[in-house]
Design a protein. Sequence first.
Length: 299
Amino acid sequence: MEIENINNDSRIEDILDAFRIYDGFYKKEHVDGAIELQAEITPYLIKILQTVLDDPNEYIENKDLYDHIYAVMLLGHLKKPNAHKLIIDIFSLPNDLPDQLFGDICTANLPTILFNTCGGSTDHIRSMILNKEVDDFCRISACHALAYGVIKGYLPRKEVVEFFGTLFTGDETDETSGFWGLLASIACDLCPIEIIDVIQDAFENGLIMPGVIGYEHFERALDMGEKYCLEKAESDFEYKSLEDLHGAMSWWGCFDQGYKNIPDNNFLQTAKKTKKEKASSKKKKRKQANISRKKNRKQ
C-alpha cells in the first residue's frame, strides 16, 4: 500500500506538471490520469483555483500558466461539490477578470460546471445571478445553470421561471446590457407561461435588445407546450455536457498540434496570424523539416 501511495504521488506530480505550462498540446493521457486518481488529485485542483482567486493577476500576466483551465474543467467533469463555492467566487471576480482568466469557458462551459458542482443546492448560483458586481455573461451562465436544474428534474420549472421573472425590472445591470435578452432566451426554453406578461412588458420597455430573441419565439414556445420545450432544452444540455471531457476540450483552437503557439487570453478562439507570424511559422516548419530530414539520414 505504501508503494502504491508513492506511485500515485509521483503520478499526480507528473499530471500537475503537465497541466502547469501551456505548450500547444492537449494533455489527454494526463486528463485520463487525473480522472483515474480523482479522489487523490481533487485537493490539488482546488488548491490551483484558490491560488487563482488569491492572486488572479499572476495568471493574467503569465499567459503560459494553464493548470487553472484543466482544474476547472476537471472539477466540473468530476462533479465535485467541495469546489462549487470557490468556482462561484472566481467567476464572480469584478469587471472582466473572469474573461481574462478563462476566456470562452465563462459562457461555453460555466453553466455546466456550476450545475455539476452545486451538489443539489442552488443558493450560491442564485446569489451570483443577483450580484450586480459580477460580469453579466457570468450571471447569464448562472441562469443557464438554474435552467439545467429544471431540465434534469432537480428544480421545479415554475419556481425557476418565476425567479427569472423578477429579473426584468431594469435595475439589474446597465441599461445597454444584453443581459435581459439573454435571460429571456433562457426563460423561453422553459415555456414561461407564468411570466409572459413580464416578458411582454420587457419587450415594450426596450429591455430586450432586438436581434437576441423575438416575442414570436415565446408565442411559439407556449403553443408547443412545456413538454416539447423541455425535451428540446435537454438536447441542448446533453450537447454541452462535460461527460466526455476530451470531446469538450480537445478541439479547442489553442490545441494546435502542428505548432506550439502561446494562446491569448481568449484562448478558445484560434488566433488570427499576422503576416509576420505566418512567415515565422513557415520558417519554423522549414527548420523542423530540415531537422527531421537530418535525423532520417542518420538512421
